[in-house]
Ligand binder design. Structure first.
Ligand SMILES: Cc1ncc(COP(=O)(O)O)c(C=O)c1O
Length: 398
């Protein structure tokens, strides 16, 4: 290891801090102190869904118990609407995006990413489109906007539905609209490490009424009475007149409902999301300006981005420098994740062994670079300038 310039040690910089505040807990306690509070999914969930839809700019939102569950029922609905086939996905995403495809009988087809946004690169997507393609499932990675005019135009031209995974990018925008309003469905996660939290939780959002009704049913055992449409309820009741209308199961689905407790926290969190996000954007700019661009990538496409993480990616595939950086992060107590979102190249993971040829991961050089030479570290609203500069210093001098 090189001689490092002496700086004040940080000791403890976690991936996330203060994401559920005393104020959230007090709001929850107040709710629990009310007379006979309901805990299972009810009015608070509906209120949270309505407020979320208003904040995002969509007609409908369906609250579920995690972002992975959002992925799961989204792909179940794609299957229901379009039948089985192929879904184009990035190898840089979370396991559940790809697992949701497999669990619903789809073949995931991988395409490489754009190094400036870390999201699917439109040219590689076009190469992978075939008559079997049912959708493109794009992940907006770590707060960057992954959409381009060309991506939207090419998909529209070919009539291929776009699904957006916005689990890591709440509040990021493209063309003055929030991410999650462009696809036929979009997914959010409210896990602790993300922009806002309901402890665990997720949301599926859509403007489409038919999709909304399917999502409501898929969230809750495939039960017809979970649909809020009279027409759907009457149709099934007519077709299945030997069944109790309370117990008609239209699909072999799941139970991925959230609780009132999560919704109460979510409603309170939503009030400060925009303010928190403005601070995150400032933090990220400060961090990237302080980072040594000779050694790290600093030329991300930041337009519309809103990062809950600082992305630290070496310019060159230099293993010695990689190890020095990792050592410096460890010695300074800076929590980090190599491989950025989800541990890097998903194609290398054991769960995909039976689905892909050995070594396929090599065909995705941009993702491979992140896998070996990229990390993320935490960016949260309470971070002070001096800590951000200190972190950059540690990295620059590693
Ligand atoms: C891109 C992406 N999709 C889906 C998920 C799953 O969300 P959850 O952890 O809430 O299940 C995550 C979680 O980190 C994620 O980063």
């Amino acid at each position: 290891m090189k001689n490092r310039q002496k700086q004040s040690p940080i000791y403890h910089h976690p991936l996330m801090e203060n994401n559920i505040t005393r104020d959230d807990l007090n709001t929850l306690i107040e709710y629990l102190s009310s007379e006979d509070p309901k805990l299972t999914q009810g009015a608070k969930v509906l209120e949270f869904e309505a407020k979320w839809s208003e904040w995002l700019g969509v007609k409908h939102s369906v609250y579920v118990n995690s972002g992975s569950s959002a992925n799961l029922i989204t792909m179940a609905v794609v299957r229901e609407l379009y039948g089985s086939g192929e879904i184009i996905v990035p190898p840089l995403t979370w396991v559940s995006d790809i697992a949701a495809c497999l669990q619903n009988g789809f073949r995931p087809i991988f395409a490489d990413i754009d190094p400036r946004t870390l999201a699917l690169n439109v040219e590689t997507v076009i190469e992978k489109i075939s008559h079997k393609t049912k959708a493109v499932f794009l992940t907006h990675v770590q707060g960057f906007n992954g959409l381009t005019n060309r991506m939207l135009a090419e998909l529209e031209k070919r009539d291929i539905p776009l699904i957006e995974d916005v689990c890591e990018s709440h509040g990021a925008v493209f063309r003055q609209k929030k991410l999650g309003t462009f696809g036929i469905m979009s997914n959010f996660s409210f896990y602790y490490a993300h922009h806002m939290s309901t402890i665990e939780g997720g949301m599926v959002c859509t403007d489409n009424e038919e999709i909304y009704q399917l999502l409501r049913m898929f969230r809750s055992h495939g039960m017809v009475r979970e649909s809020s449409s009279d027409a759907i309820q009457k149709k099934y009741a007519r077709e299945t007149n030997a069944l109790n209308p309370d117990f008609i199961f239209a699909f072999p689905a799941y139970n991925v409902r959230g609780t009132e407790l999560g919704a109460v926290i979510g409603l309170n969190q939503l009030k400060r999301l925009d303010k928190n996000n403005r601070k995150r954007v400032q933090n990220n700019k400060l961090f990237l300006n302080a980072l040594d661009s000779q050694r790290f990538r600093t030329d991300f496409d930041l337009q519309g981005s809103c990062n809950y993480a600082f992305n630290v990616i070496l310019n060159e595939p230099n293993i010695r420098l990689r190890d020095d950086v990792e050592l410096a992060l460890n010695q300074n107590g800076i929590e980090h994740r190599r491989g950025s979102s989800g541990g890097g190249n998903q194609i290398r993971q054991p769960y995909l062994r039976e689905y892909v040829d050995y070594g396929l991961w090599e065909s995705f050089p941009e993702v491979e670079h992140i896998h070996h030479f990229g990390w993320y570290i935490g960016n949260f609203p309470s971070l002070e300038q001096k800590t951000i500069l200190n972190i950059a210093d540690v990295l620059n001098n590693a």
